[in-house]
Structure formats: structure tokens, C-alpha cells
Write a protein that binds this ligand. Structure first.
Ligand code: UD1
Length: 419
């Protein structure tokens, strides 16, 4: 299993280009199941999650092939069974359920199982599909869904923690081929949902309102092939911006969508970070000194939970007290104990982390618990005095394209080591 060895203390300098968004490309790959025609997806990041999704689509009968950062997927004839061994590897795979049901009227997909950032139920996905007319049973760890026909409905998808991103994706995809009109209230507004909607619209779907809490889908009989470019990864861009500020460097991030990053850029500025924005380019450097800030993670357009761990490292460097409150995934603080091993002073109080910033960090071996926690540990390692070994980086390879290479190009002393 690979680890990353980082010698900290080098400010990052230079230019970096953002890859396509992981959280956009995964549901878009699932959406190719809605048509027997060829779909072309461009700006696809090379990630193990993308490979897993490709394997899942192949196991369903689709042809999947890649050339550089372009994916060609054709789901001419498919079967509706998503196996446990593949589905359990990646929660995002649950979004094959909606398209399979819409196309075949029958699907059996393994329950995705738990994950370290929280229990991650799929009750809202199932509620939405039931309201479209599906009969759903859970037997032997599988969701079995079937219906003679899907019928449009008015449905409310809000849950205890607000809207659901993949739940919205699943229902929106199922509704594209349903009879009549579906209205999704309390829909997720994330840019990745909008990108999926644009993909579906280009396939011939009738969708309005994506990006707002009310999405209306007018069902059509068939969908056709499409050629689509995925949006840039706002979480990756935010990770680089934080790394530049944390290491006291200056980097220019190209190919970003700053209009998808308002909450993060606003908090970085409040923390004293200098950001210049020119079109799709962001130049980021630490200002005179870092200031503590309070953050609450929320559904879009609030501060993203996927940037919480990385921001915590910056807060740990800012003299004073910062409070981070997690409102999307209640147990998403697994990284705290590992960041603390490098010298940060962080206490958990219910859904909040209290960060007493400004303590020096020094390198140590640390263990990554999930994708964004791994990114936070890498940023901490870039700052800490001495060497930091980040273990279990397969999490990073799931969601960041060549992070070590991109950081090395910015001057970081970072090596991948086999253990
Ligand atoms: C997606 C993202 C993930 C991000 C998350 C929140 C992908 C592949 N993953 O995950 O990176 O951290 O959005 O922005 O796009 N919930 C329920 N019932 C459900 C579904 C969700 O109660 O049926 C709860 C969850 O436990 C959580 C909240 O709703 O508390 C939001 O989760 P959700 O938006 O569904 O996350 P994902 O779509 O799985």
C-alpha cells in the first residue's frame, strides 16, 4: 500500500490546473445507462473512483473505453444487477439505481454500506423512487426495485441534514424517462447536480430549475447520445488554495470556476488570505497574517463539508480560536486526532471542533481515514517541520488526480513510497 512522505516547510509557488470534478463525473457516468447510444465525456479526471465506476458499468453490460481524459461509454444492452463486491467500494455507485430503474423498470443494487464520515443512509433515494411508483424491497443486503412504469410526482427530498446530492441525482435521472411531470422540492443545489442536469438536457431530457431547490422534470420517451465536458473540481481548487495559504506561498490556479467557490473564497479572505480572481484563474497567497474564523458546513451554497478538514489545518495555523461546526455529516471529525498528532490543538464539542490555532506543527507518521481527511493531512505535512508520512493514501487516489505530482510541480518535497 502506498504512502506519501513529505518534508515540510517549503512554500508552494507556481501554477496548477484543476481537473474535472469527481462528484460531477460519477453521476454523469451513471446517466449514460439511460440511453443505448454512445456518450462521450470529456475532462474526466484519472481517479480510482472513476475506474470503479467504469468497472461497475462494464459489469452491467456497457462498453467503457478511455482516450486521454475522454471517456466513451455505450450501454447498448444492459442488465440491472449491481453486485455487492463492486458497489461496496464506492458509495457514489448508488446513483446507478435511478437510471437502471428508468431504463429497465427493474433493478437490484447492493446497499452501499457505511463509511467513516457517518452512517450515510439512502432512505431519501428510496423514498423518491417509491413516490415515482417503484416497489422497493430490501432483501439480503440488496435494494430490489421494480415498476411496470414510472409516473411523475411531486416529491420532497429534504432530510434531517438538508437536501441530498446523490439522492437528487438519482431521482432526477429516474424522472427523465417517467411518464408526466416530476417536481423535486428541497433538491440539492450543488454545481455537480447542475452539471448532471446539463448532461441530461443534452441527451434530450426536459429539466428546468437545476441549481435551485425546485427541479422540474418533464418525462420523455427516450434519450440519446451526448458529448459533454465535465465542470472543474471546486473541491480540488479549494484544496490548492488552502495549501498555498498554509505554506505561506503563492500559486495561480487555472481552469477553476470561482463562481462555484464563493463560500470558500469568502472565508479564506476573512482569514486574511489574498485572492485575485481573473476569469477562470485564481492567484492565492497568504496576506500579512492569518486570522481565526468560524465555519459552519452547509449544503451548497454554504461552506462545503468536503473542504472542512483542509480548512481545519489552516485554522490550526491561525493564532486565536476558530470554531468549525459540521452540519452535513455529523461524525466527520476523524481527521482531528491525526492532525493533532502533528501538534495542532483541537477539541471536539458535539458537532463542533474548537481549534486553538498558532501552535507549531512537527512531522510524524499519520493515517488517512477518508478522502478529504487525507488531503488535510497532506497540507499539514507540507507545513510541519521535518518529515511526515501519510499512510493509506489510496483514499487520495480515489478523489485527487495526481495530487503528489501537482504538488511537486509547485515545489513541495513529496514522494510516493511503497510500504
Ligand atoms: C455527496 C458527495 C460528497 C459530499 C456530500 C455532501 C458525491 C459522489 N459525493 O455525497 O463528496 O460530501 O455530497 O456535499 O457526490 N442523507 C440522508 N438520507 C439519504 C441521503 C443522505 O439522511 O437518503 C443525509 C446524509 O447522511 C448527510 C446528508 O443527508 O447527512 C447529505 O448527504 P448527501 O448529500 O446525500 O451526500 P452524498 O450525496 O452521499
Amino acid at each position: 500500500m502506498d504512502s506519501l512522505f513529505i518534508k515540510g516547510g517549503v512554500p508552494l509557488h507556481g501554477d496548477v490546473t484543476v481537473s474535472g470534478a469527481k462528484n460531477a463525473v460519477l453521476p454523469i457516468m451513471a446517466a449514460t445507462l439511460l440511453t443505448p447510444e454512445l456518450c462521450i465525456i470529456r475532462r474526466v479526471p484519472q481517479l480510482s473512483d472513476v475506474e470503479f465506476m467504469g468497472e461497475i458499468l462494464r459489469s452491467l453490460g456497457a462498453e467503457v473505453r478511455s482516450e486521454g481524459d475522454t471517456l466513451f461509454i455505450q450501454a447498448k444492452a444492459i442488465r440491472g444487477i449491481g453486485d455487492y463486491e463492486l458497489i461496496r467500494k464506492m458509495r457514489g455507485s448508488i446513483c446507478i439505481l435511478g437510471p437502471l430503474l428508468a431504463r429497465l423498470k427493474k433493478a437490484k443494487v447492493s446497499l452501499p454500506g457505511g463509511c467513516v464520515i457517518g452512517s450515510r443512509p439512502i432512505d431519501l433515494h428510496l423514498k423518491g423512487l417509491r413516490e415515482l411508483g417503484a416497489k422497493i424491497k430490501i432483501v439480503n443486503g440488496y435494494v430490489s426495485a421494480s415498476t411496470p412504469r414510472l409516473l411523475g410526482a411531486d416529491l420532497f427530498l429534504g432530510g434531517r441534514s438538508g437536501p441530498t446530492v446523490l439522492g437528487t441525482a438519482n431521482i432526477m435521472m429516474a424522472a427523465t424517462l417517467a411518464e408526466g411531470i416530476t417536481t423535486i422540492e428541497s433538491a440539492a443545489c450543488e454545481p455537480e447536480v447542475v452539471d448532471l442536469a446539463n448532461f441530461l438536457i443534452a441527451m434530450g431530457a426536459g429539466i428546468v430549475g437545476a441549481g435551485s431547490p425546485t427541479i422540474t422534470v418533464t418525462g420523455v420517451k427516450t434519450l440519446h447520445g451526448v458529448d459533454h465536458e465535465v465542470i472543474p473540481d471546486r473541491i480540488e481548487a479549494a484544496t490548492f488554495a488552502i495549501a498555498a495559504a498554509a505554506t505561506n506561498g503563492e500559486i495561480t490556479i487555472h481552469g477553476a470556476r470561482p463562481d462555484h467557490m464563493h463560500a470558500v473564497l469568502d472565508k479564506l479572505r476573512e482569514a486574511g488570505v489574498k485572492i485575485e480572481r481573473r476569469g477562470a484563474t485564481l492567484t492565492v497567497r497568504r496576506g500579512r497574517g492569518l486570522k481565526p474564523v468560524d465555519i459552519t458546513t452547509l449544503p451548497y451554497s454554504g461552506f462545503p463539508t468536503d473542504v472542512q478538514a483542509q480548512m481545519m489545518v489552516l485554522m490550526a495555523l491561525s493564532p486565536g480560536i476558530s470554531i468549525i461546526t459540521e452540519r452535513v455529516f455529523e461524525s466527520r471529525f476523524m481527521h482531528v486526532s491525526e492532525i493533532s498528532r502533528l501538534g495542532a490543538d483541537i477539541a471536539i464539542e458535539g458537532p463542533s471542533a474548537i481549534v486553538k490555532g498558532g501552535k507549531p506543527m512537527s512531522g510524524a507518521p499519520v493515517m488517512a481515514s477518508d478522502l478529504r481527511a487525507s488531503a488535510a493531512l497532506v497540507i499539514a505535512g507540507l507545513v510541519a517541520r521535518g518529515g511526515t508520512l501519510v499512510k493509506r493514501i489510496y483514499h487520495l487516489d480515489r478523489g485527487y488526480e495526481n495530487l503528489d505530482v501537482k504538488l511537486r510541480n509547485l515545489g513541495a518535497r513529496i514522494e510516493r513510497v511503497e510500504e
